[in-house]
Design a protein around this ligand. Structure first.
Ligand SMILES: *[C@@H]1O[C@H](CO)[C@@H](O)[C@H](O)[C@H]1NC(C)=O
Ligand SMILES: *[C@@H]1O[C@H](CO)[C@@H](O)[C@H](O)[C@H]1NC(C)=O
Ligand SMILES: *[C@@H]1O[C@H](CO)[C@@H](O)[C@H](O)[C@H]1NC(C)=O
Length: 211
């Protein structure tokens, strides 16, 4: 399967419908969209200053976690080919796209103190601009299971309350950098999904609990 086909397959299986109104709404109010996660599609796992996520570490345990040693190091290469991917979305005729932001791509160490990776942020700015230019509403997920490895190693990630200020810093940073995309134009940037599922599937813990 080519990486383009993989991308189409990834978004096709997650084809979804988001209603912007709770009760009755018109056809124009519906968001028809597709969804992906950063680890699933971006590739470029160690490019342009990105830090390691818990997934990057988990898949590298020498054949003990992933049977065929496969990784998403390359995946659909969407980090590199996001413009082509936006054209594929356009061809599908959707008017929204939910993607996730890789926390260690923008904060390699998980923390503001560890430094902001401007190249990583620029990737998401470019993606959002490309989506808006093509009439597709971006919906950003702040967390889709690819926690910065440093936070997992230092205090067990989501299992510790110590994560709260770091997540707040990260969220504020992304709102600051992407939030202004909502001012002006008919398409707004609406950071939509918050990490309500985070503790149910952290790969490093999954292994230890032998589910
Ligand atoms: C995997 O094997 C390499 C080479 O033998 C070793 O350097 C590395 O520490 C191992 N990684 C893990 C997670 O065991
Ligand atoms: C996966 O990696 C381990 C450790 O390097 C190796 O022993 C095993 O043969 C690999 N499995 C496959 C399917 O390549
Ligand atoms: C990066 O994270 C590690 C582990 O959490 C920490 O020990 C280190 O001080 C951090 N570095 C910076 C520059 O914040």
């Amino acid at each position: 399967m080519t990486s383009r086909m993989a991308f189409v397959a990834a978004i096709a299986v997650t084809l979804m419908l988001i209603s912007s109104a709770p009760a009755q709404c018109t056809a124009e109010e519906f968001l028809w969209g597709t969804a992906t996660s950063a680890y699933q599609i971006e590739g470029a796992w160690d490019v342009d200053g990105k830090g390691m996520s818990i997934w990057d570490e988990f898949v590298r345990r020498n054949g003990t976690t992933i049977k065929d040693n496969s990784t998403a190091d390359i995946a659909c290469r969407s980090y590199e080919k996001y413009k082509e991917d936006v054209q594929l979305l356009k061809q599908l005729g959707v008017n929204s796209y939910r993607f996730s932001i890789s926390w260690p791509r923008v904060l390699p160490n998980g923390t503001l103190a560890g430094g902001i990776n401007e190249k990583g942020i620029q990737y998401y700015v470019n993606l959002v601009d490309e989506l808006l230019a093509n009439g597709i509403q971006p919906l950003a997920t702040l967390y889709h299971w690819d926690l910065p490895l440093t936070l997992q190693n230092e205090f067990e990630g989501w299992e510790s309350e110590q994560i709260i200020p770091h997540f707040v810093d990260y969220a504020e940073l992304m709102f600051e950098r992407l939030g202004d995309k909502s001012s002006g134009g008919s398409h707004s940037m609406s950071p939509g999904y918050l990490p309500c599922l985070v503790t149910v599937w952290v790969p490093t813990r999954l292994e230890q609990k032998t589910l």
